[in-house]
Design a protein around this ligand. Structure first.
Ligand code: IPE
Ligand code: IPE
Ligand code: MG
Length: 264
């Protein structure tokens, strides 16, 4: 029994040293002059991760918060300026109440617990989405975290919460129309650069790289306007299994792409 335990421990430390080594090797292969300025992630596969283990879906969401910490840390170390995480979509409100309540609880707790550390590290936090259905206490926490971190410059963390790309574009159109009606804007002056100021992401540059986990090859209503020229990397890894190694691999894949923006 003892021997078996020793062997298991040895093997797992060997494996973790091996994956540390693999991660280091990948870091050395990175082109430091071509690190994406903005990485967006659709963190998908929490439910399937839990199901595979016979656990309730909420356990997958809880485990997924560990991946968020891992990714945030390595993005910070790599000096990535913008990281946007799709945490909860407009459509996700229609999931069973028990799951929605569970996710809200995780988001509430994570924001409250991490606020000081994020601030100490110089991370500015943005939360984007339509908060009409969000409970008041979470709305206040969101306001608070954005206010406290608003002068931070080291890195920007943007959390898409209760977010839908079409909803974002629709509310932008509505607010723009209102400004025209009120005489604050002329129809002839409306250009892309004006329209984008009405989006939730008005202060955030477009993503250079989108990563989606869990093997789904779709964008599920995420940043529709902003991703016009984003490079997409899809991985079958489920979000709670996603780690530094997978993150670096996605950046390396990005670095092999030739971005043409419609030119030759
Ligand atoms: C992503 O994981 C997290 C949220 C959508 C909140 P899912 O919950 O979609 O997990 P799967 O796709 O069902 O495995
Ligand atoms: C997208 O994942 C939303 C988040 C990761 C928060 P979903 O699991 O909701 O998307 P679909 O249903 O697979 O398109
Ligand atoms: Mg999903």
């Amino acid at each position: 029994m003892m021997d078996k335990l020793k062997f298991t421990i040895k093997l797992s430390s060997l494996l973790s040293n091996f994956s540390n080594l693999q991660t280091k090797l990948l870091i050395n292969r990175l082109d430091r002059n071509n690190i994406p300025n903005h990485i967006a992630i659709v963190m998908d596969g929490n439910g399937r991760w839990a199901k595979k283990r016979g656990l309730p879906r909420i356990k997958g969401h809880i485990e997924g918060t560990k991946s968020i910490k891992r990714v945030l840390e390595i993005a910070y170390d790599l000096n990535i300026k913008y990281l946007t995480l799709f945490a909860f979509s407009q459509e996700n409100w229609d999931r069973p109440k028990q799951e929605v309540d569970g996710i809200l609880k995780i988001i509430r707790k994570s924001l409250q617990n991490e606020i000081n550390q994020l601030n100490e590290k110089g991370i500015r936090v943005y939360v984007i989405g339509n908060f009409k259905r969000v409970p008041d206490d979470i709305k206040n926490t969101i306001k608070n975290v954005q206010k406290i971190t608003k002068n931070n410059k080291k890195m920007n963390l943007c959390i898409a919460f209760s977010y839908g790309g079409r909803e974002e574009i629709t509310q932008a159109a509505k607010n723009l129309a209102k400004d025209v009606m009120e005489g604050k804007m002329k129809i002839l002056d409306i250009e892309e650069s004006i329209f984008r100021n009405y989006l939730y992401t008005k202060d955030i540059p477009d993503p250079d790289l989108l990563i989606r986990t869990s093997g789904e090859i779709r964008i599920s209503n995420f940043l529709l306007w902003q991703m016009a020229y984003t490079e997409f990397v899809f991985t079958p890894v489920l979000w709670p299994d996603f780690n530094e190694y997978h993150f670096l691999k996605a950046i390396l894949e990005y670095q092999e792409r030739e971005r043409r923006f419609g030119l030759v």
